[in-house]
Structure formats: C-alpha cells, structure tokens
Design a protein around this ligand. Structure first.
Ligand code: BGC
Length: 509
C-alpha cells in the first residue's frame, strides 16, 4: 500500500529519535494476522460459558450439575456450583501461565514468528481434542492444549506487533489485539446461540470451532515476517536490515537499524533479565503492571464473559434469552473497544481509567442492590428487573472495554526499559492468567455463598482501583518509550523514591 513518509521513531524499541517510515502493507497484514492470536484467546473466553449452560454437555460430562439445575427447589445462586465444571473453564489459564514463561524464552531464542506458529499448532490440537472429547479427561487435556496456545500467543503477539509497528501507530495497532479478543468473544457467543439448538452435538461444534481462528493464524503465520529486532538479536543482522527496509517501505533505515543494534547489544549484555527486573529501579513499572492486571480481573469482567449465560439463567432468563443476552453484552464489548481505539491517544490513559471506574462502580452497586431485593434463593425475578440488570451489565462492560481492558495490556507494553521489556511483559501475561484462573475457578462457588453480595465485592475492588488510578498511576500518553523513566517515573510524587541515587549506586555495585 502506498504510504506517506512520516518522521517518527521505529518499532525496534525506540523513543525520542526520528526515523523515516511508511505505514506499509506488510505491517498492516502482519499485524492483522498476528492479532488473530487475540481472536483465538477471545473465542475461548466466550465459548466456555455458553457450552457449560448447554444441557447436552452437562448430561455427558457433569450429570450432577444437570440434575441440580433442573431441581425445582435448588437455590438460584447454587445451580452451577461444581469444582469440576469450574476446572473445565479455568484449566486453560493455569496451563497458559506456564506456557507464557516458556514463550518468553522461545521468543528470545527462536523468534516471535515461530512462537506464534507454535501457539496455533497447540490451538488446533486443543480444539480437535475438545470437539472429539469422550470423557472429562479428554476435555481437560484439550483445554490444557488451548491454554498452551493462549500462553504462547499472548506473550508473542503484542511483542510482535509493537516491534514491527511504526511508533506513531503502535497504540492503535496494539489495541487491535484487544479488539480481536472482543470479536472472538462475540463470535463465540453467536456460535453458542446457534449450536445450542443442535442436539445432542451442538457443544462439539462450539468447541471445535476454535480450530477456525487457529487455522487462520497457522496459515497466516507462514506469510508474516520475523521482526527485525528478533533477527538482529539472534545475530542475523543482514536479514534484519533487509526486513526492516521491506516493512518500513523506505531505503533510508540506517538510523533505526543502528538504534535497534545498540538496543539489542545492551540488552544482550544483560544476560539475566529477570534478575535485572527485580532491581529497585524497575520496581515501579513491575508493581504497576501487576496491579493493573490484578485490578483488571477484579473488576469482575470475566464473570460476565465466562458465565454470562449462566448468570442470565440465574436471574431468571430462559436458555435462549440467556445466550442472546450474552450476544448483546459481547456486541457492546466490541463497540466500546473501538471507542478506546479512537480516544486513547487523545484522552490519555489515566482519565479513561478513572471515568470507567466510576461507571463500573455505579453499575455494580445498583445491580447488587436490585438482586438483593428482587432475587431470593428460590424465586425468579420479574422480566422488568431482569432487563434492568442486563442494561446495567452493558453499562459495566462498556466501561471496562474502553479502559481497564485494553489499557491493562497497553500500559505494561510501554513502560519497561528494553533490557527488561520481555521479562516485564511476562509478568503482565502471567498475572492476567493467574487471576483469570482464580476468578474462573472461584466464581460459581462465590456466587453460591455470597449470592448477590458478589457484586458489592467487585464494586469494592473497583473503588480501590479508582484510588490507584488517581494517586499511583502516572500518565504515559505521548511519552516516547525510552524517555519513560526520566520523564514519568522519576517525576512521580511516589515512585520517584525508587530512584534515590544512593540506592541505585548500591545496587549496581
Ligand atoms: C481481558 C480478558 C477479558 C477480555 C474481555 C481482556 O483484556 O484480559 O480477561 O475477558 O478483556 O474483553
């Protein structure tokens, strides 16, 4: 695609210098293909809730849950409380934690492209195992393969995109990853809505459908280039230079090439990036990364994403209406992520996070209030109130989708210095997977014990996040990556104490 030459810093980790680059066809195509990793991740998030509310699936693998669900006297809030059912959803995330650690090393040793290819192969395997599952063991084995795929994909894709993208487009291209996560969730909701009518094998189509985004990624990954940073890092300097010229669409890439070379050389001196990451001077970025991801999950978003159909059945919707409502919340999620894409570089990160925290707090508190007064253990709620709850869920989801969702990934990808960027981003992925696992594993039990109080529990977390965003999160909008430490962290009223020169001197001796 013809593009305008713009003066800007390139994607190799660079900051304040100007590098000429076009937004080329290669960059666009490669980013879209890589972002299909988000599609796979999203499809999985969205598919399991619908499947676990399908009777055919429950009869085959979880007959006890099926019996409980259809027992008239069963407590509304406890219908689905079953550790194995939760393990079906959560096992994926446990596997993904281990896989993302391995992926942080394969990315470095073998490159981003190979890691993305490995992700898609595991994903295809997992989908086949799940679609053909004969027993619970096979089902969980399939989920574990999918988890390995997600771990590999989530570690490699954002890194890949930010390395090939010209800096000016890095934010928008990065949010494409989140956008495709939300599209994947929505697609899964549609598929579930269709397959729930196909008895008794609809659930097999739902689970097997995960192979489609995986195959797109597998075939697509044969077409993508390796990033220049990764090639140069692994000693393939000439090839790195050739690819850099190709993806930038200009001949004059020497300045950017030199910058990548310098950055990879100094990163190579730092053999122990994880040890370096633990040093005091990297503590602010590390703590903020971990906090952002814990908070992202404690908004309670995945309660909606995983269990929306189950939740809607709990508040009294029929099976069809429940799956349809999940489609509605999925649609709101995609649209609101578009909004994030458009305004994140204008409004800034901080104001989005603060506004959304207020919005989510109100939605959750009102929802908790309505459920407390109108949904007792054994009645069902009137349609009017069920619709208001659906509306409040949309208000909540949209707030998440234009703030804590994308920014939970974007901010960690832009705050670490190059020598610890890979290792630092691993903590974002691993914390995300760990807390996603905890929520997935615990939610149905929490719902059973805390009942509607669960929404106040999440609202309380949102309040803490609100304070965190106001006082502890620095604004990173428009700051070149390599100037972050000087211009952001060393100037922040709280985090600057980590840069006390005596402490730094002590550490480096
Ligand atoms: C989160 C997922 C969540 C999704 C919802 C992502 O940023 O990491 O846990 O399900 O957003 O859109």
């Amino acid at each position: 695609m013809p593009g305008v030459v713009i003066a800007e810093s390139g994607g190799g980790g660079g900051g304040g210098e100007d590098f000429p680059a076009k937004l080329t066809k290669q960059v666009i195509v490669c980013s879209i293909i890589a972002a299909c990793g988000g599609l796979m991740f999203g499809y999985d998030i969205g598919i399991s809730g619908g499947v676990t509310s399908m009777d055919d699936f429950l009869i085959k693998f979880f007959p006890l849950v099926y019996a409980k669900k259809h027992h008239v006297k069963e407590n509304n809030y406890c219908k689905y409380d079953n550790q194995y059912l939760q393990l079906f959803t959560s096992s994926l995330y446990l596997a993904a934690i281990v896989a993302s650690f391995i992926a942080s090393m394969t990315c470095k040793k073998f490159g981003r492209k190979v890691t993305i290819q490995a992700a898609s192969v595991f994903f295809v395997m997992g989908s086949v195992l799940n679609a053909a599952a004969k027993d619970l063991g096979m089902l969980i084995a399939g989920r574990i393969c999918l988890g390995v795929g997600v771990g590999f994909g989530n570690q490699a894709v954002p890194l890949f995109i930010s390395e090939i993208a010209p800096t000016r487009y890095r934010g928008a291209l990065n949010i494409c990853f989140q956008l495709l996560i939300t599209v994947g969730i929505l697609l899964a909701n549609f598929v579930n809505y269709g397959t729930s009518r196909l008895h008794p094998y609809g659930w097999r189509i739902s689970l097997g459908g995960a192979a489609v985004p995986a195959l797109i990624l597998l075939v697509g990954s044969l077409l993508i280039v390796e990033t220049p940073t990764s090639l140069i890092e692994r000693g393939k300097k000439d090839e790195g230079l050739k690819i850099l010229r190709k993806i930038r669409g200009v001949e004059d890439v020497e300045k950017e090439y030199e910058m990548i070379l310098r950055a990879t050389e100094s990163a190579a001196i730092e053999k122990h990036s994880y040890r370096k990451l633990m040093q005091r001077s990297n503590r602010p970025q590390l703590l903020v990364t971990i906090a952002l991801q814990i908070f992202q999950q404690f908004t309670g978003i995945n309660v909606i994403m995983f269990y929306a159909p189950v939740l809607f059945q709990t508040i009294g919707f029929g099976s069809d209406a429940s799956l349809l409502s999940a489609v509605v919340t999925g649609g709101v999620n995609v649209l609101a992520t578009f909004v994030a894409n458009l305004i994140v570089d204008k409004a800034g990160r901080k104001s989005l996070l603060i506004e959304a925290a207020v919005q989510m707090f109100i939605a959750q508190s009102v929802m908790g209030g309505i459920l407390t007064t109108h949904l007792k253990a054994t009645n069902s709620m009137s349609n009017k109130y069920a619709m208001i709850v659906l509306l409040l869920i949309c208000v909540f989801v949209s707030g998440f989708a234009w703030s804590w969702g994308p920014l939970g990934w974007l901010i960690p990808s832009e705050i670490f210095p190059l020598e610890v960027r890979n290792a630092g981003f691993f903590f974002a992925v691993a914390t995300n997977m760990l807390f996603t696992f905890l929520i997935a594993q615990a939610f149905l039990t929490m719902l059973c014990h805390m009942q509607s109080g669960i929404f106040f529990f999440f609202a309380a977390w949102v309040l803490i996040m609100f304070l965190f965003a106001i006082f502890l999160l620095p604004e990173t909008k428009g700051i070149p990556i390599d100037e972050m430490t000087e211009r952001v962290w060393k100037k922040h009223w709280y985090w600057k104490k980590y840069y006390n020169s005596d402490d730094i001197k002590k550490e480096s001796t």
